[in-house]
Write a protein that binds this ligand. Structure first.
Ligand SMILES: Cc1cc2nc3c(=O)[nH]c(=O)nc-3n(C[C@H](O)[C@H](O)[C@H](O)COP(=O)(O)OP(=O)(O)OC[C@H]3O[C@@H](n4cnc5c(N)ncnc54)[C@H](O)[C@@H]3O)c2cc1C
Ligand SMILES: NC(=O)c1ccc[n+]([C@@H]2O[C@H](COP(=O)([O-])OP(=O)(O)OC[C@H]3O[C@@H](n4cnc5c(N)ncnc54)[C@H](O)[C@@H]3O)[C@@H](O)[C@H]2O)c1
Length: 466
C-alpha cells in the first residue's frame, strides 16, 4: 500500500457523488461502523429526485390526467379541460424537490454518522480523494477501505452549428418551468425526449419531436416504437425521424432549427434530450490508471473497478436507471462491509418509459437475441385485442412481445406496452430473471380480464410460430 499523504485525514471510506445509490451506501457503511466521508458537488440524491425520475413522473401524472379527462367524451359524458401548469409546478417545487434543496438528505446522512461536504471530489491515487470545497480550499482523505465513485451523467452537448450559444433547455430546465411556451422543439426521441414531448403536448404546447435515428425509443422493440409514434401523432404531435439538424439559431425570442432536408422549424423553446455525457472527465481516473475519456468504467460483479475502488450507477454502463444504481449500491455495500451476497447479474434488467402507453422491457430484444446467436422464437399480441384492452377503449393501445431462446425453452426478453406496461413487465421480469420454462408459463392461470392476460396470448403466438 502507498504511503499516506502527510496532511490527509485518515478515514475508512470516501464516497464521491451521491446519486440515488450512493446515499444509502454511505449511510449503510457508517451504520456498519466505518468512518465515512461523502462528497457531492450539487444535490444529495443526484439527478433522479431533483431533475429526473421524480419530477418527470409528476409531470407525466399531470399530463395523463388531462388525457384521461379528454377521453370522458368517448366514455362518460362531457368535461371541460383547461390545462394549468401552476399546480404541477407547485407540486414539483414544494413536494418533490423542496425548492431544489437537499437539506433533508444531508441531515439524513449526518444523522447516520456520515461526514458530508458539498464540494468536488477527485481521486488522487488509490484510496485517496482530494475535495475542493466551495470556498476554494481543499481537504485530502486517505481511505483505508477505499473509495466509491457515483458521479452520474450530464446532458450531452451536440456539436450542431449555433446551438451552444442559445438558451436551450435540458431536463434540468424542463422540470423547473413555471410558464408554458406556445411551441417546443424536442431534440432526441429517447426516454427523456419522448416523456417530455408528451407532457408538453398534452398541456397544449405545439411539440415537434426530432429523432436522428430511424425511430423513437430506438433500443426498444420496433413494434413498440411504431405504436408510440402513432399515438403521439394522433395527439397532434409532429414526429420526425431520420432527421439531420444542420444548425440552430435563436433570435427575437424564438428558435430556428435548420434540417438537412432543407426544411426549417420555428419554436418558442428548444429542449435538448439527445443522450448523456458521463461525469468521468474530471474525477481523477488517470491517477488510478483508468481512462478519463472513457464513456464507462468497467466493474466486476462486486462493483470493483480497481485497488480499493468501487463504481456504481450510470457510468458502469449496465443500464442508466435508478433501480440499477440501487441494486449496485447494495452489492458494493455488502462487499465493502464484508457481507456475503449474490454477485451482480444483468440478464434481466427491466425498464419502463412512462409515456402513455407505457413502454416497458426486460432482457434482450429480438434483435439482440439474434445477434447473440440464439435460436429465437418470438410471440406478439396487441393489447387492444385483449378483453381488457378492448373494454378499456381510448388509451388502450399496446402490445406484449416475448423473445424465447428456443433451445433452452426460456424467455430471454420481453416487452410490455400499454396503460400499465411498467407493471405488467414485473411478471415478465420474473420469467426472464428466474428462467422460468415457457412450458410452465403456458400452464399458468391468468386472471380475467387483466392487461397481463396479453402475455398468455403472446406465449400462444410463440407456439404457432414454431
Ligand atoms: C429526465 C430524466 C428522467 C429519468 N427517469 C427515470 C426513471 O423514470 N426511472 C429510472 O430508473 N431512471 C430514470 N432516469 C435515470 C436516473 O436519473 C439515473 O439512472 C439515476 O439518477 C442514477 O444515476 P447515477 O447513480 O449514475 O448518478 P446521478 O443521479 O447522476 O448522481 C450523480 C451525483 O454525483 C455528483 N457528482 C458528479 N461528479 C462529482 C464530483 N467530482 N464530486 C462530487 N460530486 C459529484 C452529482 O452532483 C450528482 O449528485 C431519468 C433521468 C432523467 C435525466
Ligand atoms: N423512464 C425511464 O426509465 C427513463 C426516463 C428518462 C431517462 N432515462 C434514462 O436516461 C438515459 C438518457 O436518456 P436520453 O433520452 O437523454 O438519452 P438516450 O441516449 O436514451 O436517447 C437520446 C436520443 O437522442 C437521439 N439523438 C442523438 N443525437 C441526435 C441529433 N443530433 N438529432 C436528433 N436526435 C438525436 C438518439 O438517437 C436517441 O434516440 C436513458 O437512456 C435512460 O437510461 C430513463
Amino acid at each position: 500500500m502507498s504511503e499516506p499523504t502527510p496532511d490527509s485525514t485518515q478515514v475508512d471510506l470516501v464516497v464521491v457523488g451521491l446519486g440515488p445509490g450512493a446515499e444509502p451506501l454511505a449511510t449503510g457503511a457508517a451504520e456498519a461502523g466505518l468512518r465515512v466521508v461523502a462528497v457531492d458537488k450539487h444535490l444529495v440524491g443526484g439527478e433522479c429526485p431533483y431533475y429526473g425520475c421524480v419530477p418527470s413522473k409528476m409531470m407525466l401524472r399531470a399530463a395523463d390526467s388531462l388525457a384521461e379527462a379528454r377521453r370522458v367524451s368517448e366514455l362518460a359524458g362531457e368535461v371541460q379541460v383547461v390545462p394549468s401548469w401552476a399546480p404541477l409546478a407547485e407540486r414539483i417545487s414544494a413536494e418533490a424537490t423542496s425548492g431544489w434543496d437537499d437539506q433533508v438528505a444531508v441531515e439524513r446522512l449526518e444523522a447516520a454518522g456520515v461526514a458530508f461536504h458539498h464540494g468536488v471530489g477527485r481521486l488522487d491515487g488509490p484510496g485517496r480523494v482530494v475535495v475542493e470545497l466551495p470556498d476554494g480550499s481543499t481537504r485530502a482523505y486517505e481511505a483505508a477501505r477505499g473509495v466509491v465513485l457515483n458521479p452520474g451523467t450530464r446532458p450531452a452537448e451536440l456539436p450542431i452549428e449555433g446551438l451552444a450559444g442559445t438558451p436551450y433547455w435540458t431536463n434540468r430546465d424542463a422540470v423547473q418551468v413555471t410558464s408554458l411556451p406556445g411551441s417546443l422543439v424536442v431534440i432526441g426521441g429517447g426516454p427523456i425526449g419522448a416523456e417530455m414531448a408528451q407532457v408538453f403536448q398534452r398541456f397544449g404546447v405545439r411539440v415537434t419531436l426530432l429523432e436522428a435515428g430511424p425511430r423513437i425509443l430506438g433500443p426498444d422493440e420496433p413494434e413498440a416504437s411504431q405504436v408510440l409514434e402513432e399515438v403521439f401523432v394522433g395527439e397532434g404531435m409532429r414526429v420526425m425521424t431520420g432527421v439531420e439538424i444542420t444548425s440552430v439559431g435563436h433570435a427575437d425570442g424564438g428558435f430556428e432549427v435548420a434540417l438537412g432536408s432543407g426544411d426549417s422549424l420555428h419554436a418558442d423553446r428548444l429542449l435538448l434530450a439527445a443522450g448523456r455525457t458521463p461525469n468521468l472527465d474530471d474525477i481523477g481516473l488517470e491517477t488510478v490508471g483508468l481512462d478519463p475519456a472513457a464513456r464507462t468504467v468497467e466493474v466486476d460483479e462486486r462493483m470493483r473497478a480497481g485497488d480499493r475502488l468501487w463504481v456504481i450507477g450510470d457510468v458502469t454502463g449496465k443500464g442508466a436507471f435508478t433501480h440499477v444504481a440501487m441494486y449496485q449500491s447494495a452489492i458494493a455495500l455488502r462487499d465493502i462491509t464484508g457481507q456475503e451476497g449474490a454477485p451482480a447479474q444483468y440478464h434481466a434488467v427491466p425498464h419502463a418509459t412512462f409515456t402513455d402507453p407505457e413502454v416497458a422491457g426486460v432482457g434482450m430484444t429480438e434483435q439482440q437475441a439474434r445477434d447473440a446467436g440464439l435460436r429465437v422464437r418470438v410471440g406478439t399480441a396487441p393489447m387492444e385485442s385483449s378483453s381488457r384492452g378492448w373494454l378499456h377503449g381510448p388509451g388502450g393501445r399496446g402490445l406484449v412481445k416475448v423473445v424465447e431462446d428456443a433451445d433452452r425453452g426460456v424467455l430471454v426478453g420481453a416487452t410490455a406496452m400499454g396503460p400499465s406496461g411498467g407493471e405488467v413487465i414485473g411478471f415478465l421480469a420474473v420469467a426472464v430473471h428466474a428462467e422460468v420454462p415457457v412450458a410452465t408459463l403456458r400452464s399458468m392461470i391468468y386472471a380475467y380480464p387483466t392487461f397481463h392476460r396479453t402475455i398468455e396470448t403472446a406465449l400462444g403466438d410463440l407456439e404457432e410460430a414454431s
